[in-house]
Design a protein around this ligand. Structure first.
Ligand code: UD1
Length: 422
């Protein structure tokens, strides 16, 4: 299994190209099931999660080709389509559940495995199920699988979500494009990935209004056509690399980054003493002066501070001056990076959903274990700031969401290498 070895202390200077968004791509790919015509995605990220979605769609009968070294994904779903999403694939990645809405819309029935426990919390599917039931689906849980069917197809409906779930909004949005009549999603998620999906579906011929707001209205159409769509920039990869010069010193420009993707996050960086400047090509980040200041952070659905940047932010605050509080409101068990940071000399105390971080002058390198995707990259960031060598083990989590992290950070001066064990 690979590990990443980081030697701390280097200042970072240069540019990092930010990839297309993993989470957008994982929602866009199942949209192929909504049409018999080709759907092509440009600016796709090269990640193992994308390979997992490729395998899932292929298992359902879609043709999925990776072109231009993985940057382009060309898909076609002529049929016949198999409507069972198997546990063996779904358990690897929760986003596999995004085939439920499209399969129901296209075939009128689907059998999709429940994803099962996830390291960062229970993550049930009740919001997806209640929403699709409101549209006329009958869904029951048997043998760990959701068995869903409709009589006479999905029907437009008023669909209020009890929480603005990203995945549930995406499932309903896709399902509603081919439903009979008008669907109104209330308390919809407003993430940029939802807007990106709506833009792609609209290019395919869907009638959607209000994506990016809490109320999305979809008027069902009889059929959708093909499209070529460019995947939006990955705001989580962007935020992660914005933290690198904030932690290490120096100045890095994240190419492709826009402030509108990370407004709440950039505000917190500003409060901590880090300057973020929007240029024609991206976002330039540098510390204003000296040590970073402590800040309080509360994770929230977009446009709030993203939960997917909480672990990385904690890595920054470990060496900030003063006491910071990080409140996690989206997932109930998302502080697994904290005990690893303690091994590096950090001072973090967890009470319920809040972490209290008292900044220390300097972290110290140590062998640490990656426990989930964002936790792993937070340990790399911490290692870049630490004295001596940090070895991050179990980096397969990292490869799910960050392409070539060692190359991107190495190119701006970080001392980082991947070590493969036979
Ligand atoms: C997506 C992102 C993930 C991010 C998360 C929150 C993808 C592929 N993944 O995940 O990186 O961390 O949004 O921004 O886009 N919940 C329920 N019942 C449901 C659905 C969700 O209780 O039916 C709960 C979850 O357990 C969690 C919270 O709602 O506590 C947020 O989940 P949701 O917004 O659905 O996240 P995902 O779409 O799974």
């Amino acid at each position: 299994m690979d590990s990443i070895v980081v030697t701390g202390g280097a200042e970072l200077r240069g540019t990092i190209q930010i990839a297309g968004a993993k989470n957008a791509c994982l929602a866009l790919m199942p949209a192929t099931l909504l049409t018999e015509e080709p759907l092509t995605l440009m600016n796709a990220p090269r990640l193992s999660d994308i390979k997992t979605m490729t395998l899932l769609l292929q298992s359902l009968g879609s043709e999925v080709q990776s072109l231009q070294d993985g940057r382009v994904i060309a898909m076609s779903s002529l049929g016949p389509i198999n409507t069972t999403a198997d546990y063996d694939i779904v358990r690897k990645m929760r986003a596999s559940n995004l085939v439920l809405g499209p399969l129901l819309a296209r075939e009128g029935h689907a059998v999709v495995s429940l994803p099962g426990g996830c390291a960062i919390g229970a993550r049930p599917m009740d919001i997806h199920v209640t929403a699709l039931e409101a549209m006329g689906a009958e869904i029951e849980l048997r043998d760990g699988y959701l068995h869903a069917k409709t009589t006479g197809g999905l029907k437009g409906a008023h669909v209020p979500l009890r929480f603005a779930s990203v995945g549930a909004t995406e499932n309903v949005l896709m399902a509603a494009t081919l439903a009979k009549g008008t669907t109104v999603i209330d308390n919809a998620a407003r993430e940029p990935e939802i807007v990106d999906l709506a833009e792609c579906l609209s290019a395919m011929g869907a009638h959607i209004e209000g994506a990016g707001t809490s109320t999305i209205t979809i008027e069902g159409v009889d059929r959708l056509g093909g499209a070529t769509h460019r995947v939006v920039t990955d705001r989580i990869e962007l935020g992660t690399y914005m933290l690198a010069p904030a932690i290490c010193g120096g100045e890095v420009e994240c190419l492709g980054g826009r402030l509108s993707l990370v407004t709440a996050f950039a505000e917190k960086l500003d409060e901590a003493g880090i300057a973020v400047e929007e240029t024609n090509t991206g976002l330039k980040v540098a510390r204003r002066n000296g040590r970073v200041s402590a800040v309080d952070v509360r994770t929230e659905p977009f446009p709030g501070f993203p939960t997917d940047l909480q672990a990385q932010m904690m890595a920054l605050l470990c060496t900030a001056e003063g006491v910071s509080h990080l409140e996690e409101t989206i997932f109930e068990n998302r502080f697994m990076h904290a005990p690893e940071l303690l091994r590096m000399g950090a001072d973090v105390e967890i009470q319920g959903g809040t972490a209290t971080v008292t900044g220390v002058e300097r972290l110290k390198g140590a062998p640490v274990m990656a426990t989930d995707l964002r936790a792993s990259v937070s340990l790399i960031l911490a290692g870049l700031a630490a004295e001596g060598e940090t070895v991050v083990n179990r980096v397969y989590h990292l490869d799910r969401g960050y392409e070539h992290v060692e190359e991107k950070l190495g190119a701006v001066g970080a001392k980082i290498e991947r070590v493969s064990e036979a």
